[in-house]
Design a protein around this ligand. Structure first.
Ligand code: MEV
Length: 459
């Protein structure tokens, strides 16, 4: 086996590339097998790194093959904990929801709020829309009116061209629902978009949308190449949009204000509700606060997005764009106090799927979907919104009462103890000691240093 790992092994890439490669540049890495990749990456590193990377491979080769093929240039598996948020009551149906998250206290926070709301009517969730969009971005130098007329004429041939993609989707209730030409020339010279609307049933639909757009783009290319006397058409790209303001879910919780008694020992339910609503209103007017507030919502959403093999970058991007829909970034949630009624609403876009993508491939995703009783995409959207609401409600409850660090550091204590190499005996003693103390990394370190014997603490 020969593993090229420096510029000596590298020839110029393609005839046109005359640049010399920097030292250490690797050519053809994607064609290496794992052993070759390992040789390149761990070449000058400690042997223990090889052991650590090998250790996280599955012994079962067919299982490992699944992970090795999910994305490219695979070296090892990166593992995150899968936990459960129990007692999530959504539209009167109870779920125990699996989540994957690296941040301690997120599962505990969601569980606390889910448990409270399960006893107070649960999360009422509705789907406001499931529409997704994609665009063909192009430039056109000719007459605008003529272009609009041509696009009208081309709608039918474009739909015909996408039939191989749409016929299967139509059987599942999806397909292309609208085609519109948008004029961006006031902002960028010659820029137009063909804006295409899709329903993608239970799939997130990225591949479906992109395939349809490329087929439609070819129809445009062919048509306008024969009409060059009218102007110059240039298709720049065809791609779905992750801005999905019409693929929307709304989650509401509400209760009589006096039922919020359980939220704080220090504040009356009325004072708690007032402080809570003020905190939400602050996130509506301050971008600094809104980003953190919405991050707390996404803590819950992302845990389930990851657990179900969905695209969390798309969910994040769409959520933030929606939060800025009126030109200013705001809170995704909204609190109301009407007489003695407290109500709290979260509205967010969620373009996710329960078929396609990783759902049929990743062995744990399959199990997660089974635990959730194999939801369709809309049911999964509702669960995600409920978890987002649960985390946000819990975070704000802590913030406006005891502060976030008390609960957070309590949950984080285990991580700090592990990091400092505490023995089982020290861990038990620390958990007891810190139950009534403020926890910080320094205070835990000090506690362990002063612990009788002190043989297990890494210095
Ligand atoms: C931490 O992961 C999330 C919070 O910062 C959210 C918030 O401030 O609302 C606690």
């Amino acid at each position: 086996m020969k593993a090229p790992h420096s510029s000596e092994n590298i020839g110029a890439d393609k005839a046109s590339d005359t640049h010399s490669f920097p030292d250490g540049f690797v050519k053809g890495f994607s064609k290496f097998n794992r052993a070759q990749r390992m040789a390149v990456i761990t070449k000058d590193l400690d042997e223990s790194i090889v052991e650590a990377l090998d250790q996280l491979l599955y012994a079962d080769e067919s299982l490992q093959a699944v992970f090795s093929e999910i994305s490219e240039n695979h070296l090892s598996n990166h593992v995150l904990p899968l936990g459960i948020v129990p007692n999530v009551l959504v539209n009167n149906e109870l779920y125990h929801v699996p989540v994957v998250i690296e941040e301690s206290s997120v599962v505990a926070a969601a569980s606390r709020a889910a448990g409270f709301w399960a006893l107070h009517g649960g999360f009422q969730v509705e789907i406001l829309g499931t529409l997704k969009k994609g665009q063909i971005h192009f430039t056109w130098t000719g007459d605008k009116t003529w272009l609009f007329e041509q696009i009208e004429l081309l709608k039918s041939p474009m739909l015909v061209a996408t039939a191989p993609e749409t016929s299967g989707m139509q059987k599942r209730g999806g397909g292309i629902t609208a085609i519109a030409l948008l004029d961006f020339t006031a902002s960028l010279q010659h820029y137009y978009q063909l804006d295409v609307s899709f329903e993608t049933a239970d799939a997130m639909g990225a591949n479906f949308i992109n395939s349809c757009l490329e087929k439609m783009g070819e129809v445009l290319d062919t048509h306008f190449s024969k009409q060059q006397q009218q102007g110059h058409f240039e298709r720049i790209m065809s791609i779905l949009s992750n801005h999905t303001p019409e693929c929307l879910v709304r989650c509401t919780v509400s209760c009589a204000i006096n039922e919020l008694q359980a939220m704080s020992a220090d504040w009356s339910p009325t004072e708690f509700a007032r402080r809570f609503k003020t905190a939400v209103d602050m996130a509506n007017v301050s971008v600094s606060r809104a980003v953190t507030h919405n991050k707390g919502i996404l803590n819950g959403v992302d845990g389930l997005v990851l657990a179900t093999g969905n695209d969390w970058r798309a969910v994040e991007a769409a959520g933030h764009a929606y939060a800025a829909k009126d030109g200013r970034y705001r809170s995704l949630s909204h609190a109301e106090i009407n007489d003695d009624l407290f109500s709290y609403t979260l509205t967010l876009p969620l373009a996710i799927g329960t078929v396609g993508g990783l759902t049929q491939i990743h062995p744990l995703v399959k199990q997660v979907l089974k635990i959730l009783r194999n939801p369709n995409a809309q049911q999964l959207m509702m669960l995600m919104a409920a978890l987002g609401m649960a985390n946000n409600f819990s975070a704000l409850t802590s913030l406006v009462t005891s502060g976030i660090q008390k609960g957070h550091m309590k949950m984080h204590l285990g991580n700090v103890l592990h990091q400092l190499g505490a023995s089982p005996e020290q861990k038990i003693a620390a958990l007891e000691y810190f139950s009534g103390q403020t926890i910080s990394y320094a205070s835990v370190e000090k506690f362990l240093k002063e612990f009788p014997g002190n043989t297990h603490v890494s210095q």
